[in-house]
Design a protein around this ligand. Structure first.
Ligand SMILES: C[S@@+](CC[C@H](N)C(=O)[O-])C[C@H]1O[C@@H](n2cnc3c(N)ncnc32)[C@H](O)[C@@H]1O
Length: 296
C-alpha cells in the first residue's frame, strides 16, 4: 500500500466510523460543488433573502395545508398548555405560530431578516402576544432553556452538527424534536444535475446521517417517519417548474449558459406532466422524519 493509498484508507475509515466527520464531509462536498457553480454563474446573494419570495409560500403557516408533522407534535405529551417552546430556525412560523396557540410561550430563533419579516406579519395577523422573536443563528443565540426545543428543516446544511445538536439538547428541559426530510429532495433532478454540472449530484445530509450523528454524541433518539403531502414538484404553471428546477440546480436566470438552458428545456419537455389543473415532475413520495428524545 502506498502512503497515498494508506491516507485514503485512513480517511475512508474516519468517514465510515465517525458519523460527525461523515456529516462534515457530506456538507463540505456539497458546499464546494455549489460554491463552484455560484462562482461560475456570478450568484452572490443571500440564499433565504433570494428565496423568501419564491419559497415563502411553502414556509408560512397555513391552516388549510395538511401538516402531519404538526399533527404529530400537537399530540405529544411534552407539548402542553402552560409549557414553553423554543423554535430554532422558525422561518416564517409554520410551526411556531400554530404551536403558540397551544403552549404558554414560544421563542422563535431566526437569523434571516427576510423570513423574520414574514413571521412578524403572520404573528400580528394571528393576534399572538406570546411569541418572541430572537434575531440570531442558533450557534450565536443566547436564550434561556425551554421545556421543548424544536428544530424543523434547519439541520441539513449545518456543517458543525455536533455543537449545534448538543446545544439543542442542553436548552431543553423536557424533550427535543429535530425534523428533517427522509427522502432526498432533489431525486427527480439528480441525473440532470450531473448532465448540467458535469459531476455527480452531491447529496444532502439525511435523517439517517442525523440519527448516526446523535448516536455518536451519546443521544439515544427515536425516529418516526410521516408522509409529507404536497410536493415541491407540483406546479400551477410550467414556468414555475422551470424556475424551481433552475433554482435547485443553482442556475442563474436563463440566457447565461445556453448549454445548461438547453438541458433544462429538454428535461422539462420530457419530464413535465399534466396533474389535474396543474403540472408535475414525477417524484418519489415525500417523507419527513421526526427525530426526538426526552430529557432524563
Ligand atoms: C427550510 S427553513 C425551515 C423553517 C421552519 N422551521 C419550517 O420548517 O417551516 C430553514 C430555516 O433555518 C434558518 N437557519 C439557517 N441557518 C440557521 C442557523 N444556523 N441557526 C438557526 N436558524 C437557521 C433559515 O433562516 C430558515 O428560516
Amino acid at each position: 500500500m502506498t502512503p497515498t493509498e494508506a491516507e485514503g484508507h485512513a480517511g475512508g475509515a474516519a468517514l465510515a466510523d465517525d458519523a460527525l466527520a461523515r456529516w462534515r464531509w457530506l456538507i463540505a462536498r456539497r458546499e464546494a460543488a455549489i460554491a463552484a457553480i455560484r462562482a461560475r454563474t456570478g450568484d452572490r446573494g443571500d440564499y433565504w433573502t433570494a428565496r423568501a419570495g419564491t419559497h415563502g409560500r411553502l414556509l408560512r403557516a397555513s391552516a388549510a395545508a395538511p401538516n402531519p408533522v404538526l399533527d404529530l407534535l400537537r399530540g405529544e405529551p411534552a407539548i402542553v398548555a402552560g409549557g414553553t417552546l423554543l423554535d430554532v430556525g422558525a422561518g416564517a412560523g409554520r410551526f411556531a405560530i400554530p404551536l403558540a396557540r397551544i403552549v404558554r410561550e414560544v421563542t422563535a430563533v431566526e437569523p434571516s431578516a427576510a423570513l423574520r419579516a414574514l413571521l412578524r406579519e403572520d404573528v400580528a395577523a394571528a393576534g399572538l402576544s406570546n411569541l418572541r422573536i430572537v434575531e440570531a443563528t442558533w450557534e450565536g443565540a443566547e436564550v434561556a432553556p425551554a421545556e421543548v426545543v424544536l428544530c424543523a428543516n434547519v439541520l441539513t446544511p449545518i456543517a458543525d452538527a455536533g455543537p449545534f445538536l448538543r446545544k439543542l439538547d442542553a436548552r431543553a428541559t423536557r424533550a427535543v424534536y429535530v425534523v428533517l426530510r427522509a427522502a432526498p429532495m432533489d431525486a427527480p433532478i439528480a441525473d440532470l444535475w450531473s448532465a448540467v454540472h458535469g459531476a455527480p449530484y452531491p447529496r444532502e445530509t439525511t435523517h439517517a446521517d442525523a440519527y448516526a450523528a446523535l448516536d455518536a454524541l451519546g443521544i439515544a433518539a427515536q425516529v418516526r417517519i410521516v408522509p409529507q403531502p404536497g410536493s415541491i414538484w407540483r406546479f400551477d404553471q410550467p414556468e414555475d417548474a422551470a424556475r424551481l428546477v433552475r433554482d435547485r440546480l443553482w442556475l442563474g436566470p436563463a440566457g447565461q449558459d445556453p448549454r445548461a438552458d438547453a438541458l433544462v428545456d429538454d428535461f422539462l419537455a420530457t419530464a413535465l406532466e399534466r396533474d389535474g389543473d396543474g403540472w408535475r415532475i414525477p417524484a418519489p413520495l415525500s417523507r419527513t422524519a421526526i427525530i426526538s428524545w426526552e430529557k432524563a
